[in-house]
Design a protein around this ligand. Sequence first.
Ligand SMILES: [Zn+2]
Length: 272
Amino acid sequence: MKIQFRNEYITVFESQLFRTTTTVVQTDDLVLLVDPNWLPTEIDFLQNYIAKILNNRTLYLLFTHSDYDHIIGYQAFKGAKTIASDAFIKNKEKEAILLQINQFDHDFYLKRNYAISYPEIDILVKKDGQQLSIGKTKMTFYLAPGHNADGIFTIIENVNCWIAGDYLSNIEFPFIYYSSLSYEMTLDKADYILKNHKIELLISGHGDCTSQLDEIKKRRDESIQYIQTLRKSIQTNKPFNEATLWEKYAFPLLQKKYHQANIDLIKKELGK
Ligand SMILES: [Zn+2]
């Protein structure tokens, strides 16, 4: 599997599909696996990789949110201690999400050597600033609704990284499935996080991770600007400059439908 980034503690793998990231963090206390994803060969690879490095440590399996591409590898890592938000287990669309996984596998004639099911969660993230300490390894979580209803941000203190799920990507503008206002409020947490944690790496769910603080802020600003400009164009019935959007994002033939879905969602929010 492609390695997008690696240092002493962190390896960011990248799937061939949608440039989706799988993160592995290793400390003396644990191995943390985040959103193991996509193709059966990639999951096989990750299973072997984890088996090789685990070395009597406990495996923690974290889900940034419940979108099907992020939970697709769950059962391949049975026995891991799972982490996700409280909203994740309260998701009412569990069956629909599993159907998306099955549909994907049928569409491409894919067989997996593990069952598909919705993750059961051992450690629930319920509020901003919640911490989890395992030995000397400390994680701090923030709720991150907006993209969908059950996202979380995870800061791993000792290795100075921020795992952001489907926010702050350099290859996707905000895909808003849940709420544009929640999305903005989640982005507003970036400043607090950057002030209160030492961040040397931001890992987003799709696209490139970055170690540049300016780049993180730029992504945050562009996301907020996209949402606010789109909302304003709908409020005032003035056209949104789509051409500019597609100068920056390389896959309009797919991403047009997410932009259109954002328009539909914001119209609904505004009662238009
Ligand atoms: Zn997602």
